[in-house]
Design a protein. Structure first.
Length: 758
């Protein structure tokens, strides 16, 4: 179609739109895919399109299905359209989230799937309680086969549009050695008996109805003259199938999204849905929104250079009329603590130049990365907020672990005892705990003392007495260990022996792996303090830091939580192989996961309006061991023209300009089947760094691995040099770990691969 030229007579919703945006608004008939790059004004185009349909009377409000992913997005769209066309938008009953619209439809047709229209929607707690009952009735051990794991599987099956009868043997094998289908069916039967649904049912039930009842399908196909979908790249299978059925008759469906920002596969999202839009709807018009209104050309160039390495994408080229601005900075630092110091120094410098804390963000790949920044910011009084999650020491698994440590350190800590007496489950019911409280109050003793005393009575059932006795014995043993073991090692053993670590290892939810990483980071944090008491005191001071919520603060969040947000200055930290891209993601998903990790990198860079700084550390402490880190392969994919790189050494005393050379060298990575990323080496006779060929990385990695056995050329009393701590003498040797008394830095524990003989 030929678009009318912009004129002064245009309605308000068309004014200020660029040509592709106008095309997305005015192309009303037939299937339309709007590929909207980051910061290209897709919300303005989407709301203007909805306003246009209403303003031109192409459809009444009740004849438009407009689907969003969040209630916030639905409210924002309703408010924006209301400002453009007035109160008519209030009559739009089909503007909302997938689940809200699914629930509205299902209440009208509930009897077709054995429900009544007043069905209850279960929350997560009710769902887990019901599943535990079914697991117990099936004579299964809930510790071995947790209800939360089954809940996650069922949610995944529903996201795929699978009913119990649709499951194959492979899917069923995922739980209790092949009993997944049986328990899924029992769960669905029980839900119907309760006249209840979970969130997955709201779309799954409607999909079943639309597939099996032609009259219902035709009713909605006739009702909805136009269908609009936001964030189409985030749809899962059941949402995709539901939309495709509703749109097949009229085919007036407009989907807005960005294949380069599909980052939620762990929630069931399938980037393939947007990639195959033209196949699903032959003759579809694809409109690309490529003019970016957010970021500078250097930021866009860096992001585009990285994402161009993905194969599964439709492709677009972002551009902007903004000034070039500063290049994306890449900074190499010695280790994690230096990374936190460098970022805090940069923030304080920016603040001194008039930059507001509110315009600064730190984006991490994994939640456990926030801990070092939080500790650093607390120590220097730099205000911060955690977005999309809890502060590190407020997370449930960290509070549980701290409770174990507190009760070992201070037996009179009743709050700690109460928190972990039945975590993980030990067979102590509410009645047993209530009797314990009664005895403690009556005798005026702490719960831990009362627990030991109640074991000599008949107040508890044999099962509860045995469980409590084991726990009391464990506490006594851990207190003895506390005087013999370093406190980080005590924490590791305590979490293992209590069953707490195993509890999360058996948990198959998406959050479980992150919780285990957080626990490892907690143990790592303890190594920086002389005693357990000193560490617990530090945590108390951190937890007490609760500045005025209205004050300006630096934002710390994961990249996933940052999608849709923007800041003037963004620090992208931890860009190292294994951390980003995540090794766990690569191990589980191969090339598909690598491409999603690369999309995460694209999202991260494009959050910045004016300045993006990427940091990578040469060393990270993982599970208590210092490990050499290689810069992320995404760093190597950044185009030279848009990047300025430097590397700091010895705590930041020296700055080295990094010249990236050997660009033609074929680097090994997951997409080529080797699973290795790029490395870096010091160029001979210069202050620059060059990228290593894969064979060199492989050889150096092998050498590091062999080094874990300990070096033969080191002995107690030998004078050595460490690049960060300077000169010192070896006091103790344990495997590949050295205890060194440094002349300037004091006593430190380091790995032997980081020292040379002086």
């Amino acid at each position: 179609m030929t678009l009318p030229a912009p004129s002064s007579d245009d309605p308000p919703y068309l004014r200020g739109l660029n040509t592709p945006q106008r095309e997305a608004v005015l192309t009303t008939d037939g299937p339309v895919l709007v590929l909207a790059g980051a910061g290209t004004g897709k919300t303005a185009a989407l709301t203007a399109r909805l306003a246009h349909l209403l303003f031109t009377r192409k459809a009444w409000p009740s004849e438009i299905l407009s689907v969003t992913f969040t209630n916030k997005a639905a409210r924002e769209m309703r408010e924006r359209v209301g400002r453009l066309v007035g109160d008519i938008v209030e009559g739009m009953p089909w503007l909302g989230t997938f689940h809200a619209i699914g629930a509205k439809m299902l209440r009208r047709h509930a009897e077709l799937v054995g429900l009544q229209s007043n069905f209850t929607i279960l929350d997560t707690d009710d769902q887990l309680r019901l599943l535990k009952q079914l697991i117990s009735a099936a004579d299964l051990d809930e510790k071995r086969w947790p209800a939360r794991s089954l809940a996650g599987l069922i949610d995944g099956w529903k996201n795929k549009g699978l009913t119990p009868s649709d499951l194959d043997a492979g899917e069923s094998e995922l739980y209790a050695n092949g009993r997944g289908q049986e328990l899924y069916a029992a769960y669905q039967t029980r839900l119907k008996a309760l006249n209840a649904c979970d969130f997955g049912d709201l779309l799954l039930h409607m999909l079943v109805i639309l597939k099996t009842r032609r009259d219902v399908l035709e009713h909605y196909q006739q009702r909805f003259k136009y269908i609009m979908v936001d964030e189409y790249q985030d749809t899962n299978s059941v949402q995709y199938l539901w939309l495709r059925l509703l749109a097949q008759e009229r085919k007036n469906i407009a989907c807005v999204g960005d294949d380069d920002q599909s980052i939620y596969s762990w929630r069931g999202a399938q980037v393939e849905n947007i990639l195959k839009f033209e196949r699903d709807f032959p003759g579809a018009k694809v409109i690309r929104l490529e003019q970016n209104y957010r970021s500078t050309p250097h930021i866009l160039g860096a992001a585009s250079g990285v994402i161009a390495n993905n194969g599964g994408r439709l492709g677009k080229t972002l551009w902007t009329e903004l000034d070039a601005g500063e290049k994306v900075r890449v900074i190499g630092v010695w280790d994690g603590p230096e990374e936190a110091r460098r970022v805090s120094d940069e923030i304080e410098t920016a603040r001194a130049r008039g930059k507001s804390y509110d315009e600064i963000a730190i984006l991490v790949r994994a939640q456990h990365q926030t801990r070092e920044f939080e500790d650093r910011f607390i120590s220097i009084g730099l205000p911060y907020r955690i977005v999309g999650g809890f502060r590190f020491y407020e997370r449930a698994e960290i509070r549980d672990a701290l409770a174990y440590l507190r009760i070992v350190h201070q037996p009179a800590d009743d709050l700690a005892f109460e928190r972990i007496v039945n975590t993980p489950k030990r067979g102590l019911g509410d009645k047993a705990v209530a009797k314990l409280h009664m005895l403690a109050r009556a005798s005026g003793t702490p719960l831990s003392i009362a627990a030991a005393r109640i074991l000599d009575t008949d107040e508890l059932t044999p099962q509860a007495r045995r469980a409590l006795g084991n726990f009391v014995g464990d506490l006594a043993r851990w207190r003895d260990m506390a005087s013999q073991l370093p406190h980080p090692e005590l924490a590791r053993q305590l979490l293992d022996e209590s069953g707490y670590t195993a509890m999360w290892q058996n948990e198959k939810s998406a959050e479980a792996a992150g919780r285990l990483e957080n626990l490892s980071e907690l143990v790592r944090a303890m190594e920086e303090y002389e005693t357990l008491g000193a560490f617990l005191e530090h945590v108390s001071l951190v937890m007490d830091n609760d500045a005025n919520a209205d004050d300006a603060k630096v934002t710390i969040m994961t990249i996933h939580a940052a999608k849709g947000l923007e800041y003037d200055t963004v620090f992208l930290v931890g860009w190292e192989e294994g951390l980003f891209p995540s090794q766990r993601a690569l191990d589980e998903g191969g090339l598909a996961s690598l491409e999603e990790e690369r999309r995460l990198a694209y999202v991260a860079i494009t959050r910045a309006r004016r300045l993006a700084t990427i940091l990578h550390a040469a060393n990270r402490r993982i599970y208590g061991q210092w490990t050499s880190s290689l810069p992320s392969r995404f760093v190597a994919e950044l185009p030279d023209d848009h990047v300025e790189a430097e590397t700091t050494m010895s705590g930041g005393e020296s700055l080295w300009r990094a010249n990236w050379t050997d660009r033609a060298d074929p680097f090994a990575d997951v997409s080529r089947g080797t699973g290795r990323g790029p490395g870096w080496q010091r160029a001979a006779g210069s202050g620059s760094f060059t990228r290593e060929p894969a064979r060199v990385v492989e050889a150096r990695t092998s050498a590091i691995s062999l080094g874990n056995k300990g070096r033969d050329d080191l002995s107690v009393g030998l004078r050595v040099f460490h690049q960060k701590f300077g000169y010192g003498r070896i006091e103790e040797i344990e495997g590949n770990k050295l205890e060194i008394e440094f002349e300037q830095a004091g006593r430190k524990r380091v790995m032997d691969s980081f020292v040379s003989i002086a």
